[in-house]
Design a protein around this ligand. Sequence first.
Ligand SMILES: NC(=O)c1ccc[n+]([C@@H]2O[C@H](COP(=O)([O-])OP(=O)(O)OC[C@H]3O[C@@H](n4cnc5c(N)ncnc54)[C@H](O)[C@@H]3O)[C@@H](O)[C@H]2O)c1
Length: 381
Amino acid sequence: MSEKKLQIGVVGLHRGKASIEIAQKFASKVNIAAICDCNAQTADTCAEKVGVNTVYYDYEEMLKDPSLDAVYIATPIPSHALHTIQAFEAGKHVLSEVTCITDMRDAEDMLKAQEKSGKVYMLAENYCYLKAWDMVMKMVKAGLFGEVYYAEGDYLMNFHQRAGFPFIGNWRQNVYHMHRGHVYITHSLGPLMQAFDYEPLTRVSCMGCGSYPHPWGLRADNTCNLLLHTESKKLIRLRQDFLSPRPDNYLFYAIQGTKGVYEGGRSYPGAYHEGDRREKQEATHKVSIEGICGSNEWIDLFALKEFLPDMSEGWLPDEEIRRYGVYNEGVGVMFNDFAAVVAGTKENELTLKRCLNWTAAGLRSEESADKDGEPVSIPVY
Ligand SMILES: NC(=O)c1ccc[n+]([C@@H]2O[C@H](COP(=O)([O-])OP(=O)(O)OC[C@H]3O[C@@H](n4cnc5c(N)ncnc54)[C@H](O)[C@@H]3O)[C@@H](O)[C@H]2O)c1
């Protein structure tokens, strides 16, 4: 007998549209049953493109739809807390785009709403679903790196190509450019936290370089660096940059353990423009591991074929990666995992408590930057 698919309603049809297309093609455990956008033209155009007939223009109306088990929230970040609470109140499971919150005061209300509803929350952190990282994590679990004690991540995005730069408009202007620190932190942190077996973060220190050229009137530093500690003092370094003239590099990760090291590419190609997309990403990922190669030698991660991802899980094949970008290569797997978590057949790795801790690290990094790098505590939920 075939398994019943999880019925999902999607709200926010810009980011939402790409995710719908990938879920429809590669996530066998879900069905996109309804879509919603408050911009009627966006909703209607999307409905036509993705072939979903149940269209809402009001999120609260969609939440009343009894045929929906869950919602995928892809509205702007400042709406995530409200949209999550409303979904729980309507008895729906939540798969939410990143990040969880923009205001620390919303965390407790979200947790209370979830507890009352008993429903699943999973952060749609697609950067935890990258093929190279999937391999690295299998190797971490197999003990190849020994004990992992240090990790790095960079989120460097070239906005110079966008109309009106540095005034990019809409909610992104406020969230990205009118705050110091690293408020869009989960893409970098999520994968690294997996390597530390989700040990909570306790402290963050952030220093920025200031804003160039003056006077842009933006609060964000052109670039900033964060140092974070986990509970047992594992160390993480993250760099964030939305303002410098440089090619994108928002998929850089590295880990260091007692037996080996992994480093991704520092000039990972951008996935924003079609022309930037490379045909192969393999060559940029390298490892040096005791017993597998010489102590001063790197080898190509993808040469370790026994750790290659299982394509039947929902990974995008190469031609679809060129279309949707490397950062979307595991969105199908992510939707399948969400369905499995709701069905109770898989443990939820991207829980509300964990992801609030990561989001809070980014929000608290602003306070540290204002104190010239003084470490500040991060709430553990
Ligand atoms: N995971 C990723 O790789 C990735 C990539 C891009 C964006 N995102 C995330 O996706 C979210 C949306 O980003 P975006 O670039 O699509 O933003 P956007 O502003 O381009 O689009 C947001 C859409 O949501 C709609 N919307 C806003 N409020 C609504 C409401 N109350 N009810 C119904 N519709 C509403 C808007 O009309 C618009 O179509 C953000 O959280 C962002 O961080 C994630």
